[in-house]
Ligand binder design. Structure first.
Ligand SMILES: Cc1ncc(COP(=O)(O)O)c(C=O)c1O
Length: 416
């Protein structure tokens, strides 16, 4: 009987979410894509076509023939899976090539790849915050200070570190004075500190002031015996912002000590990585649980990701980035004098429309869906209550008529 009650409580929870209009299922199922060159890749759902304004494929690389060919070649050479974790027999030449390419791309000495950026954050944060065995030489007494709106994979990485509550502090979103205050209050209490922030906040598209964060971390670095490490997750920034698309570091002309990225957004593939100094990355190969106890990228994906890094580093990458930037500018211009409210003002490809109510957000999303447009309604707990939003994501592959259609419908249906 008790097991039945357990399961009933799960059912009641999913019913509660459905009744609130915030359930994530049933998911929309895309049966195929229409890849006609006259428009952006369009999703086919129940035989109807939809323009995607909720994809992380910011440069439109997912369907690029070079990436698809590279994926095929990777599988031909190495098989469809790595066969084992990295330290057993799962380290393939393609992994090493990809790590070298990503380190060079960001100008760091080393990089390590993971099956996802979620796995990268989850295991890297805990490995850096705390020694991973009882006889580890790494201190387990780290003060971790995290932006209030950091991504869930960061939150979970901190949680899994099982640090005492005084070692885990949160500064108000983008409030650097609050961060400095926490650093001052904790002087003499901890040997070392790790400050963690998203580079671009995934729900709002806001770009962190990395220059300011760097300045604060450097100021306090000598005041803690083992210093202050700056950790940036730039999953949405890389490929999208900065003069050549190298992300928040390039955009702000500043540097992180540890940089997390994903191949699953602007690079159009799958997988995540950490770039940094040699000692940091070498340590992660010994201590990051998601690297040691889980398969790495499949060879086809690693090969496609390498093709993506090479492509975005070259002239075609520059062209795609230019198209993305001009599409973002066009979107903003088309809504400039409309009554549409934004949850944040940003030059990033993430454009959040502020709705403020879960049912209205759902209704608005459904109205756009009926008109052939896919956007995402974002509700609590992903955003705070009352901050329900419609997240629009712009891609280099959108045409001006895609953007004109979207903005006309946004103006027509935006809740008054
Ligand atoms: C800021 C941030 N970090 C990490 C991730 C996880 O990326 P991945 O899909 O590679 O696990 C995401 C994806 O939503 C993200 O937005």
């Amino acid at each position: 009987m008790s097991k039945t009650n357990f399961i009933t409580s799960l059912k009641e929870e999913t019913q509660r979410l459905a009744a609130l209009g915030v359930a994530k299922s049933p998911e929309i199922v895309i049966s195929k894509y229409d890849l006609s060159p006259s428009h952006s890749p369009q999703a086919v759902i129940s035989d109807k076509q939809y323009i995607l304004f909720n994809s992380n494929d910011y440069l439109g690389l997912r369907f690029h023939p070079q990436l698809i060919a590279a994926e095929h070649d990777g599988s031909q050479i190495y098989g469809t899976g790595p066969g084992a974790v990295r330290f057993i027999s799962g380290t393939l030449q393609i992994h090493k090539q990809l790590e070298l390419a990503i380190a060079n791309y960001h100008g760091f000495p080393e990089a390590i790849v993971f099956s996802s950026a979620f796995a990268a954050n989850f295991s890297t944060i805990s490995a850096l915050a705390k020694g991973q065995s009882q006889d580890s030489l790494v201190s387990s007494d780290t003060l971790v200070i995290s932006d209030q709106l950091n991504h869930r994979s960061i939150v979970d990485g901190i949680r899994v570190s099982t640090l005492p509550s005084e070692n885990r502090q949160i500064y108000r979103h983008l409030d650097y004075a609050h961060l400095a205050e926490i650093l001052t209050q904790n002087l003499g209490k901890f040997p070392r500190v790790m400050v963690i922030s998203d580079g671009v906040f995934s729900m709002l598209g806001e770009i962190v002031d990395l220059l300011k964060l760097r300045e604060i971390c450097d100021l306090y670095d000598s005041q803690y015996p083992q210093g202050v490490l700056l950790y940036i997750d730039d999953a949405h920034g890389i490929g999208v912002i900065g003069e050549t698309g190298r992300g928040t570091q390039e955009y702000t002309h500043s540097r992180a000590d540890v940089l997390v990225g994903t191949f699953g957004k602007a690079f159009g593939c799958d997988g995540g990585y950490v770039a940094g100094g040699l000692e940091i990355i070498t340590y992660l190969r010994e201590a990051a649980s998601g690297y040691i106890y889980s398969n790495n990228l499949s060879p086809g994906t690693a090969s496609a990701a390498l093709a993506a890094v090479n492509l975005v580093s070259g002239p075609e990458g520059v062209k795609l980035l230019t198209s993305l930037k001009s599409n973002i500018a066009l979107f903003k211009k088309l809504l400039q004098s409309s009554p549409v409210r934004f949850a944040a003002v940003t030059s990033h490809a993430i454009q959040p429309l502020l709705i403020g109510d879960p049912q209205q957000a759902q209704k608005f999303k459904n109205q756009l869906f009926d008109e052939g447009i896919l956007v995402t309604a974002i509700n609590y707990p992903v955003v705070p209550k009352g901050q329900d939003e419609i997240r629009i994501q712009i891609s280099a592959s959108h045409t001006s008529s895609d953007l004109e259609k979207l903005t006309a419908l946004v103006i027509k249906y935006f809740p008054k």
